[in-house]
Design a protein. Sequence first.
Length: 86
Amino acid sequence: MTSLLDPRPDAVPDPAGLDPALYVSVALAARITGRHPEAIRRWIREGVLPAIRHGSGPKAAWMVRRVDLDILAERPRRPGAGKRRG
């Protein structure tokens, strides 16, 4: 059985050097933190959340270190964050 914190416990390390125990995708980062994937991408663009591009071309994906994600997940949410105004 897999879990959010260890989605692929039997995974072989990536030949490109990304260990699945150390890095997660944007989608998994969103699930772990309870935030929307676009919020994770925005934090990456703004430099709030460090990430690396894995792969090349249009299929390259952002990968986030679990350690950085844990630090970010500990931050409290702003009151009213995620609610539409209007």
